[in-house]
Design a protein. Structure first.
Length: 554
């Protein structure tokens, strides 16, 4: 971050030597990226949390009321320091505010509170800091209930210590808490205060609207059932409703656990390859991009931006490999774009070695992933011997936030901190800057995609089931929602077939054999994918045509 510190020095935010013979901001951070990450993490906190953290830092440091000769001075001399990747360093006030941007007035107010003996940065927190016995009991009851609530239905985030619970109104959470504790429940305002400030629940966060998860209607229905059960005051009804909700979240965990197992196989075995693909939120990828509206003139122009999509492919390894494919609206998207991302990634990975025998591919439940075009492309790889087995999996709708979304979050915070991006060239340059710590990050613009729809659809067997979003079994009178597909060659005749499961923990692969209404049993023949005599050509020999461009917007 030396460049930004030098800018601060030029603006005379730093004009001290601190007895070292040089500016206190010299070589303060190891790199610009490290400093930017520090500021992003600080600014992403709530305003109250930022001021409280500065309060704690200054309270732990000493301030003096005497000069170096021991004579009283009119104002206390505060000792400022910052914690950097190079260690703790003493700095002047200007550099301290650059590292912890809270404003001069806020800093003065914090210092005044410390000198007057306050225990917290805000008046309303001082009384809460020392609980009366009754308040302490209620606060511990809230903390205990909320931890249990979050652990029963929350999702641990990959590569972080956050436990994310499905988003509900705080009032709904409180009503469930109130029904559970009865007369021992605290008031709503006290409940909200404890949830927002108790360090024991700081790792528990609610899913952000639209960003962390799609909406899970099953969670809503189960939460409503638990609430209704509590109102009935029947212990058995309450226990049943809570157990049903817990079972749903146990399924979510098991699906995620299966993904993590496959991810580790890809990292540790030369015979396995694991990757996940997803698209970045398109609101963050348009150019020009402004983190905040630059003025009223932007209202009329913001719909004239260059619309871009960024497809990310994360390949699990030691270390991970990141691929980012940027396309604008002139290029056909959908399944063809997703296949293009998979194809280019596999080509790059396997330039010097064959494709591993088993592929694990994870995606979200979007229709341009869970479709016959993508499944036929993967089946073609098996048919022509590029690999033996492909497992194509999807997490449960509403609980699909994964490690690739963590990467997109890093990029989003980087652009937000940057403030604006004016053109596609700057967009790519900033992404490279944000990913500079990654051992391997590849960026490319996709100018066209191959028309896999036209290339593969004639090969699809005519007797294959019409849809794959749901599978109806008249024999067993059941409907399944497949989340895992297994594409491989049938042992008897080496034809490429498809098996699937609703959940990874299910004991058998489907489709089922007819059992006269009994338990489902796997049909070893599976679903044959290619019409005999119409199998797809090897694309290395006969490549698909390019997909036509969209018509430009008028």
């Amino acid at each position: 971050m030396n460049g930004s510190i030098r800018e601060a020095h030029t603006a005379e935010l730093c004009n001290c030597k601190l007895g070292t013979g040089q500016s206190c901001c010299t070589n303060l951070w190891g790199s610009k990226a490290t400093f930017q990450q520090h500021r992003i993490e600080f600014l992403n906190r709530t305003q109250e949390t930022r001021t409280q953290s500065v309060f704690a830092m200054l309270k732990d440091s000493n301030y003096t009321d005497q000069d170096v000769t021991g004579q009283p001075v009119g104002d206390s001399r505060w000792h400022y320091s910052v914690n950097t990747d190079l260690g703790q360093r003493a700095v002047c006030k200007g550099v301290f505010l650059l590292a912890y941007p809270i404003g001069h007035a806020t800093l003065t107010r914090i210092q005044r509170r410390i000198k007057s003996g306050c225990t917290m940065a805000h008046d309303k927190r001082d009384d809460e800091h020392i609980f009366k016995d009754k308040d302490e009991r209620k606060s511990l009851g809230i903390i205990g209930w909320y931890i249990g609530y979050a652990e029963s239905m929350g999702d641990w985030m990959p590569d972080s210590n956050e436990l994310v619970v499905p988003r509900r109104d705080r009032q709904d959470e409180y009503e469930e808490y109130e029904l559970a504790l009865g007369d021992d429940a605290a008031a709503y305002s006290f409940f909200c205060r404890i949830i927002g400030t108790a360090p024991e629940v700081a790792h528990i966060v609610r899913a952000r609207r639209l960003l962390n998860f799609q909406h899970c209607t099953k969670c809503d229905n189960l939460n409503a059932a638990v609430k209704a059960a509590h109102k009935s005051n029947d212990a058995q009804t309450i226990a049943t409703a809570r157990a049903t909700r817990a079972a749903h979240h146990a399924e979510v965990r098991n699906e995620r656990l299966e993904y993590y197992r496959n991810r580790e196989k890809g990292r540790t075995s030369n015979d396995h390859l694991s990757l996940i693909l997803d698209k970045w939120d398109s609101n963050k990828t348009t150019v020009p991009y402004f983190a905040r509206p630059p003025g009223h003139w932007w209202t009329a122009l913001k719909h004239e931006v260059l619309e871009q999509k960024v497809l990310g492919v994360l390949v699990h390894g030691l270390p991970n490999c990141h691929y980012f494919y940027t396309v604008n609206r002139t290029v056909s998207g959908g399944a063809n774009l997703n296949i293009e991302g998979i194809r280019r990634t596999l080509v790059d990975l396997c330039r010097t070695r064959p494709l591993p025998r088993t592929l694990f591919i994870q995606a979200d439940n979007a229709s341009d992933n869970k479709c016959w075009t993508v499944l036929l492309f993967l089946a073609m790889l098996v048919y022509h011997g590029y690999t033996d087995d492909i497992y194509f999996s999807f997490l449960i709708v509403g609980h699909t936030h994964e490690d690739i979304d963590q990467v997109f979050s890093v990029l989003s915070r980087f652009l937000k901190q940057l403030g604006h991006v004016l053109d596609p060239q700057q967009f790519e340059a900033e992404l490279r800057e944000a990913m500079q710590k990654s051992a391997k990050a590849t960026f490319s613009n996709v100018l066209s995609v191959l028309d896999w729809d036209t290339y593969l659809k004639p090969s699809l067997r005519k007797k294959v089931p019409e849809g794959i979003q749901h599978a109806n079994f008249e024999e067993a009178n059941q409907t399944k929602v497949p989340h895992t597909f297994w594409i491989h060659k049938r042992a008897s005749d080496k034809r490429v077939v498809l098996h699937y499961k609703e959940l990874a923990a299910d004991p058998i692969w489907l489709p089922p054999l007819a059992t006269g209404g009994g338990p489902l049993v796997t049909d070893p023949d599976g679903i044959e994918l290619f019409e005999p005599g119409f199998e797809p050509k090897d694309p290395a020999q006969v490549a698909p045509q390019e997909k036509e461009f969209f018509a430009p917007r008028e």
